[in-house]
Design a protein around this ligand. Sequence first.
Ligand SMILES: [Zn+2]
Length: 272
Amino acid sequence: MPGPLKTLALALAVTTIVAACATATSPTGRQQYVGGVSQQELNQLGAQAFAQQKQQKPQTRDARQQREVQCIVSAVTRQLPAGWQGGWEVAVFQDNEPNAFALPGGKVGVNTGIFRVAQNQDQLAGVIAHEIGHVISRHHDERITRQMGAQGAVQLLGVLLGSRYGEGAGNAAMQGGSVLAQTGFLLPGSREQETEADVVGQQLMAEAGFDPRGAVALWTNMITASSGSRPPQWLSTHPNPESRIRELQQRAASLVPVYERARAAGRRPACG
Ligand SMILES: [Zn+2]
């Protein structure tokens, strides 16, 4: 196709896609482009990706670790807006890499390696609330909508939902372990998204009765752990650690009253 025609075709394709999308306002007041796929499809993708992780990785047999993560997820998700609260599924994977993730459709995965850096329930809540912050701020939706613009909606949907539309495509996606990769579900967020997940997560943890200073301690431990030969993956996907710690510290100070009110109102999770 000659250059100008190609450009026109692309512009038309992009227009079509953008028309299917919507703008929304994120929890911190940022304008975002979302709606590239429906919430139902997004939840389905989350469930599919989570099922795949469970197939590929053994889960811990340590009942104490399972209880602690479940307890924190319950306490944090109880503070979510209506419609986001119920039915969160949790898995603790046997994996020494300190990492955690949350997915649309209410899924939380935590690696046992996180217990190397999170030394108490407040620190662990810091990670978990951050990941849940990504979900309720619709960052997965935003990432997919952006990817659709880049790759073409038909192609991407074909890959994502291949299992529904054709054996081959679905299998290829499953075999490569790549539903997560294709959707960018586990890719680092943009800097804006990371900051937003910090803000939303720290607010949530304080409202749930976890000490918001725990998020600061967690990040500090994460940096200490990274001084070894192999930095934790989570750190490399979450850039600018020093400046983030400063911001988390400032917000923690302003969130202490929120935390104290939550405790006074009887929200005193005992997960650790
Ligand atoms: Zn993040």
